[in-house]
Design a protein around this ligand. Structure first.
Ligand code: AMP
Length: 400
């Protein structure tokens, strides 16, 4: 079975064609600057093998349908074609927000479109593009199942005590304001992978998953089900991120409006794009922050301290939520690569049975690995996430 995985953004499309027989990647690509004067496409056939062929195009790509058509042409025709179009058995699409209705992957139909359009207000920057991508693919691949995999789905097992905000109830009933979380596909993938590596059933695993990329979130997983997560109605709540604030007192809006005359849209923009690590020290890439710390930059040190303190605080609260914790799992760009952040995130948690092995933690690897000390009661793991493969697996599951 060959599955094409598509992640449509507001002006981009990422894609991967995966052969499910051995889960190998047959082709991968990125279309960017869709709708701008000059678009760009980078495509790789047989990536990472000795047959790898790379194609880079620069040309106007007026809309997403054109971008998708261009990608399919590169996958299925020309000298670097990897398979015929009718060999693609299904297309899996990443969708950021599924609301309460879409709590598992679905094979998309025209009848679902009104309900899907309802979810757009929960992720106005992402969902219209994600769902538009599915509509384009339906037209390009008539009769081929299009599966939507929702980033929020894994979090739909969170109980009301954890997903409700203490606001007047009507805002939940009428406006659907509650915690939905995000990165669910990644949290589920690394938790499952951890269970496999630990040799125990996923249904019996209690874990705290820490996804630290440019966006960052954590989840508490009990017996293989998500019971709490740090992102909220939108992906702004929770951890300190590259440019997003994470948790702040909601009264900040009123305070800034009154004292600085800022408009709501300005404050929202500042919380999303000018805050987090960038807000604290002017840099949002952890590699730059470490370089600045080495040169004695105190703000960079502060940014690292605030970020890792917040992670540690969430680890503590999820320990209280779970009772028994089998594993803490770090993943994504920072989680997989940054030994300093990992060490600081669990610093001082020895009395709770969480002890890192500093030598193993500092060893670089692209593989899933355990980094806790031999006498740590709780396992600490680094597990590379693979959202494309997770979407392909979900797509295959629903078809079977
Ligand atoms: P992601 O969103 O998962 O792609 O993660 C992107 C972020 O990972 C970047 O903004 C960096 O802050 C961080 N990152 C990537 N590589 C490294 C590295 N080698 N060391 C520390 N941080 C890294």
């Amino acid at each position: 079975m060959k599955i094409l995985v598509i992640n449509s953004g507001s002006s981009s499309i990422k894609y991967q064609l995966i052969d499910m027989a051995d889960e190998s990647v047959m082709a991968t690509g990125l279309v960017e600057r869709i709708g701008e004067g000059q678009g760009a496409l980078i495509h790789k056939a047989h990536p990472g093998t000795d047959r790898e062929a790379k194609i880079a195009l620069e040309q106007p790509i007026p809309d997403h349908a054109d971008g998708l058509k261009l990608s399919i042409d590169l996958i299925c025709s020309g000298e670097n074609a990897v398979c015929a179009m009718d060999e693609i058995d299904a297309v899996g699409h990443r969708v950021v927000a599924g609301g309460e209705k879409f709590n598992r992957p679905v094979i998309v139909t025209d009848e679902m479109m009104p309900d899907l359009r309802e979810t757009e207000r929960l992720a106005p920057l992402h969902n219209p593009a994600n769902i538009g991508g599915a509509r384009d693919a339906m037209a390009l691949f008539p009769g081929v199942p299009q599966v939507l995999v929702f980033d929020t789905a894994f979090h739909q097992t969170i109980p009301p005590q954890a997903y409700m905000y203490a606001l007047p109830y009507k805002y939940y009933e009428e406006d659907h304001i509650r915690r939905y979380g995000a990165h669910g596909t990644s949290h589920k993938y690394v938790a499952k992978e951890c269970a496999r590596l630990m040799g125990r059933p996923f249904e019996e695993l209690n874990a705290i998953t820490v996804h630290l990329g440019n966006g960052a979130s954590m989840a508490a997983v009990k017996n293989g089900l998500c019971v709490d997560t740090s992102m909220g109605l939108t992906p702004l709540e929770g951890l300190v991120m590259g440019t997003r604030s994470g948790d702040v007192d909601p009264a900040v809006h009123h305070y800034l409006a009154v004292n600085r005359g800022m408009r709501l849209a300005e404050i929202d923009d500042m919380l999303h794009k000018e805050s987090g690590l960038k807000g604290l020290c002017g840099m949002n890439d952890m590699r730059d922050i470490h370089a600045a710390i080495a040169e004695g930059n105190e703000r960079a040190q502060l940014a690292l301290d605030v970020q890792t303190y917040r992670i540690r605080k969430y680890i503590g609260s999820y320990m209280a939520v779970l009772g028994r914790v089998d594993a803490v799992i770090f993943t994504a760009g920072i989680g997989e690569n940054d030994q300093v952040v990992r060490a600081k995130a669990v610093e001082g948690l020895d009395p709770f049975g969480m002890k890192i092995d500093h030598d193993i933690n500092e060893t670089r690897s692209k593989k899933g690995r355990r980094i806790n000390a031999a006498d740590s009661a709780v396992d600490i793991w680094v597990i590379p996430t693979n959202e494309e493969l997770a979407i392909a697996r979900e797509t295959k599951n629903i078809l079977q």
